[in-house]
Design a protein around this ligand. Structure first.
Ligand code: C2E
Ligand code: CA
Ligand code: CA
Length: 642
């Protein structure tokens, strides 16, 4: 169990070295340290084997000084191995200013240890095939290795949170294997386990941490998003500049063959891109490829290549033109998470645009935007936690009934200083990060609580509340059931609820929305189509949406006064909607002129600043009291006058 074990260890390490050298690398510091770690371990094993050979083969023929030298080089390398393990453990601290200091300590300790070991006497025990060293040099080796492991322990305790958990665990396994084998070797010196154990530990480290699979996207053969995070982390930690460009496809869930087409596109694109040598290409989990280079000229060539080739490949694959971005100055972002957030925001934003023919330049303003979004996301989280999400009401007037029959529920965030944050500032962020689901739930609960607490509003002519639901909520399969539970608990009649939807859903989400709508309509809830006429609505949509009210966007009221053509079209649309048995709300009615025009146009309900801005609960209750429905006889008189 001596030289055979060391030879097996050597074979393992040589294989590892071979695979590692063939593997594609991003150029990270951790890769460099692992490579040295591997070389030192191999050198240690070679000298271990050599020392056994010279000791057992012919003690008399080889000068003692050579034998001592080989034995000392071996144990000095053991000291170096243990300090390279420490360096490898902490290599991801690059954000830490003290990293270089830690590296320096390791190098000094390894050098001092090696020199001391070198100058101390060494003795060898040789009996048949049993060979081991002992004496002061060997004891010093144990001491220096022990110091290295204590240092490692100190780093884990002191910087535990900064060390990625996989790295910490892998190095703990490596250390455990090493210490146990050293312990056994110390107690039973005939069992020369350390080198073999070192090789096994190295293999574990390789498989867990430097595993080629973990940085490579198997399907496309380029780097993956994990590798991209590592690349960014190191670039920002070292303050190194780089140039970045992305190519992404717009996700089209309505096309069942979309994924197949996108895979073909990225395959072809990456294959053509492979002629460029000084770049890194990363396939992200979204349909996006990120290309980085430290060479500006190379990046300019890449940009020309992308603009020329990518649209052609997309066309061949039956896809829309891809979205291109270019980040000419990586220092506008401060760290990797900012870059990732900027790329995501830009991709989502650009895919919502109709025309994206230009290369999108990611500059300081994009970064500012992402930072603001972060801030808003924080405000939303705090508001939800501290229950500062409030509802305001904007009364809706019925021309026929001459009273306020309804109100739109509009969300607000109450800031700690008492000021109020309007929804346009936070709803888009909430839709992006998903918190709109929780906001929507709270709004619905609060609206139901309002109806539960104010059962007497009918006396003023008030009938129902209009509540906005976001496109993101519409994608939830259980939306209807959740709403219905709230209605049941609060004892509110479904007929008191009208839900406002907009026309943003794709075919897939439309199917879920329709299912939810059908279910709720059966229970008695009604629906409105919001923002009609804002440029994105189309009449086809109306034909298969079971809504009972259409809400004209504010732009309709505005344009109505400005353009004669709009005037005529609106008149026709009103007639058509009435023929479809739909009621119409005109929004954004600000003046008496607006009101008169909308009345003549024939809309059914009026909402706007002319009557009231959105107001808090108490003000709304006072408003209703002050504007009750006309009494039956008054009403008849009014009817007669008209
Ligand atoms: P929206 O659904 O179109 O709501 C109408 C917006 O028009 C409200 O803005 C309202 O204050 C404003 N408005 C009403 N009358 C007038 C007027 O005469 N002149 C002008 N200039 N504006 C008027 P608000 O409350 O700031 O809400 C903005 C948008 O935020 C809403 O547009 C809606 O899309 C969204 N939102 C509001 N509350 C909620 C909510 O509870 N859930 C969701 N998902 N979205 C909401
Ligand atoms: Ca609305
Ligand atoms: Ca609206």
């Amino acid at each position: 169990m001596n030289i055979e074990a060391q030879c097996c260890g050597l074979v393992i390490l040589i294989c590892l070295r071979y695979f590692y050298s063939r593997q594609r690398k991003i150029g990270l510091k951790s890769e460099m340290i692992f490579s040295s770690f591997l070389y030192i371990t191999i050198a240690g094993l070679i000298f271990d084997i050599l020392s056994i050979v010279v000791l057992t083969a012919s003690i008399g023929n080889i000068p003692q000084v050579v034998i001592d030298l080989i034995g000392k080089i071996y144990i000095a390398l053991l000291v170096c191995v243990s300090y390279s393990a420490v360096m490898y453990l902490i290599v991801d601290f690059y954000t830490n200013r003290f990293l270089n200091a830690h590296f320096l300590i390791c190098i000094i300790m390894a050098s001092v240890g090696s020199v001391i070991v070198f100058f101390l006497p060494i003795k060898f025990y040789v009996e048949g095939r049993v060979v081991y060293s002992y004496g002061p040099a060997t004891i010093a080796t144990y001491i220096f290795c022990f110091l290295a492991f204590s240092y490692m322990g100190f780093c884990i305790i002191r910087y535990g949170k900064k060390i990625p958990i996989v790295r910490r665990n892998a190095m703990l396994i490596w250390t455990a294997v090493f210490i146990i084998s050293a312990g056994i070797q110390f107690l039973v010196p005939k069992l020369l386990l350390v080198s073999f154990a070192g090789a096994v530990g190295m293999m574990i480290t390789y498989l867990v941490l430097e595993n080629p699979e973990s940085n490579i996207d198997k399907r496309f053969g380029c780097f993956n998003s994990h590798a991209f995070s590592l690349y960014l982390a190191e670039k920002y930690a070292n303050g190194e500049k780089f140039y970045l460009s992305t190519v992404s496809m717009i996700i089209n869930l309505d096309d069942v063959t979309y994924i197949e087409k996108a895979v073909r596109f990225f395959h072809e694109f990456l294959r053509e891109l492979s002629v460029f040598r000084n770049i890194g290409a990363f396939k992200m989990s979204a349909p996006e490829v990120v290309i980085v280079s430290e060479d500006e000229n190379e990046m300019q060539k890449i940009l020309a290549f992308i603009s020329d080739k990518a649209p052609k490949i997309a066309e061949r694959c039956g896809l829309h033109r891809p979205i291109f971005t270019y980040m000419p100055d990586s220092t506008v972002a401060q760290n990797q998470s900012e870059v990732l957030a900027i790329l995501e925001t830009t991709r989502i934003e650009e895919s919502n645009k109709y025309n994206n023919n230009e290369m999108v330049i990611i500059d300081g303003s994009a970064v500012e935007k992402v930072r603001r979004e972060e801030e808003v996301a924080h405000i939303i989280r705090a508001a939800l936690e501290e229950d500062r999400v409030e509802i305001f009401f904007q009364p809706i007037y019925s021309i026929k009934e001459r009273c306020f029959v309804s109100a739109e529920v509009l969300v607000r965030i109450r800031m700690p200083d008492g000021s109020v944050l309007p929804p346009d500032t936070f709803i888009p962020v909430a839709e992006k990060n998903g918190s709109v689901l929780e906001i929507g739930k709270r709004i619905f609960q609060k609206a139901c609580l309002f109806l539960h607490n104010n059962k007497n509003l009918e006396q003023f002519g008030f009938k129902y509340l209009e509540i906005n639901i976001s496109g993101v909520q519409c994608e939830q399969e259980n939306l209807a059931a959740e709403f219905f539970d709230v209605l049941t608990i609060s004892g509110v009649s479904p007929s008191q609820i009208n839900l406002e939807i907009t026309e943003t859903a794709s075919i897939r989400t439309k199917a879920i929305l329709l299912k939810n709508m059908k279910w709720l309509i059966e229970k008695g809830v009604s629906f409105s189509l919001d923002d009609f006429g804002n440029g994105r609505s189309n009449l086809n949509y109306l034909s298969d949406m079971p809504v009972s009210i259409v809400k004209f966007d504010q732009t309709v009221t505005e344009q109505f006064f400005k353009k004669e053509k709009v005037h005529r079209i609106t008149t026709d649309v009103v007639r058509m909607l009435h023929n479809l048995n739909l009621k119409i709300v005109a929004e954004g009615v600000e003046t008496k002129d607006h009101l008169d025009a909308m009345t003549i146009l024939g809309v059914d309900y009026i909402q706007g600043y002319y009557f009231s801005r959105p107001i808090p609960t108490d003000d709304f209750l006072k408003f209703l009291e002050a504007h009750p429905a006309p009494k039956a006889d008054e009403y008849e008189t009014l009817e007669a006058i008209n």
